[in-house]
Write a protein that binds this ligand. Structure first.
Ligand SMILES: NC(=O)c1ccc[n+]([C@@H]2O[C@H](COP(=O)([O-])OP(=O)(O)OC[C@H]3O[C@@H](n4cnc5c(N)ncnc54)[C@H](OP(=O)(O)O)[C@@H]3O)[C@@H](O)[C@H]2O)c1
Length: 329
């Protein structure tokens, strides 16, 4: 069986709502411990039926019953805890974006190699069957040579008045917040996954609420060889997470490419070619499939090297986009 014993680092909302239930659905092992640096572990463990609760992440890392950890801390804390976990010999599934930039990625990679552990980024959308269907459409020539890819991910973040400071980890520059890193990472990861490359050129522009603040809206234009890619993202609209791939012979639109779970796991793809319009609805449980894939990698000691390559592409590309964006205004 592809199972591992899990420790949860951070009493996080995403762990409670998605990842812990998905580990159970996937039968990918048992969650045996949770840690919270802000004292929330006890109540969290009780509510979710987790056997052990720690007030320190280091204490969780010292627990011999924990083989793997899932890290759901703010983006700016990922690299530090991945490295500490790797040093403790724990395998790591860590939330996206894995790290804040290439320098952190290098340190994380070194730690994973030294600790001989699996480190994986929790980009769950990669595990939905619509991604496989999309890659098939590109590989079998249905769409012809790719010409342009456009993708977006937006959602509405409740904001307190500016005077209240950063009330959400996504708005705090010190915690690695910002729309490019938090949600723009999805379209950028999709571009890398579909092109299996890093872009030759990037352009970016950002909206910031105030000069010291994070970007709250971001748009980018990229060129991968002769394929154009563009995306936008923000914290300021009802949820939208879509992509359109235009090829020389047709196009496909995925209306829920990143969060098909919001539609009960049903993917919605519309393929338009000279042969007509075809609708496809590949269905799957992306959070559960992610848990299965991670546990399998832990058990077999190796896996498909695609996911790490895509993580590397996205990390470097996000860094270039941030540097390319217009200064705060
Ligand atoms: N894959 C997905 O679908 C998805 C969806 C949403 C978010 N995410 C990612 O998941 C991660 C967590 O997001 P979330 O929405 O679940 O976050 P959250 O519940 O607001 O916070 C997660 C944990 O971060 C720590 N934390 C919160 N505020 C902090 C602060 N001001 N300073 C230091 N630590 C703080 C806390 O850990 P302690 O318990 O130790 O205090 C908290 O339990 C992020 O990396 C985000 O990008 C992924």
């Amino acid at each position: 069986m592809n199972q591992t014993s899990w420790g949860i680092i951070g009493a996080a909302r995403i762990a409670r709502e998605q990842v812990i239930p998905a580990i159970a659905r996937a039968e990918a092992g048992e969650v045996v411990a949770v840690s919270s640096a802000s004292g929330k572990a006890g109540q969290y463990a009780e509510e979710l039926g987790i056997a052990r609760a720690y007030d320190s992440h280091d204490d969780l890392l010292a627990d011999p019953q924990v083989e793997s950890v899932y890290i759901a801390l703010p983006n700016g804390h990922h690299a530090e805890w991945i490295r500490r976990a790797a040093r403790a010999g724990k395998h790591v599934l860590c939330e996206k974006p894995l790290v804040l930039g290439p320098a952190e990625l290098e340190l994380v990679e070194e730690a994973a190699t030294a600790g001989n552990v699996v480190v994986a980024e929790a980009f769950m959308y990669r595990y939905h069957p619509q991604l496989e269907a999309l890659r098939d459409l590109l590989a079998d020539g249905t769409l012809g040579d790719p010409v342009a890819i456009e993708a977006r991910l937006h959602f509405g973040l409740e904001r307190a008045p500016e005077s209240a400071g950063a009330t959400d980890i996504r708005l705090d520059p010190a915690l690695g917040g910002g729309s490019l890193l938090d949600v723009g990472c999805y379209p950028v990861d999709l571009f890398g996954l579909l092109t299996d490359a890093e872009p030759d050129e990037v352009m970016g522009t950002a909206v910031r609420d105030h000069p010291e603040g994070v970007d709250t809206r971001f748009a980018g234009t990229l060129r991968y060889g002769d394929v154009l890619a563009s995306f936008d993202c923000s914290f300021d609209s009802p949820f939208r997470g879509s992509a359109t791939i235009l090829g020389a012979r047709g196009s496909v639109t995925l209306s829920d490419v990143f969060r098909a779970d919001r539609m009960g796991g049903v993917g919605a793809m519309v393929v338009e070619t000279e042969a007509g319009t075809r609708e496809m609805a590949p269905t799957g449980d992306q959070y559960a499939a992610q848990a299965t894939a991670f546990a399998r990698q832990v058990r077999t000691g190796h896996g498909d090297d695609g996911p790490w390559r895509w993580t590397t592409y996205a990390c470097r590309t996000l860094d270039r986009l941030a540097a390319a964006a217009t200064p705060a205004h």
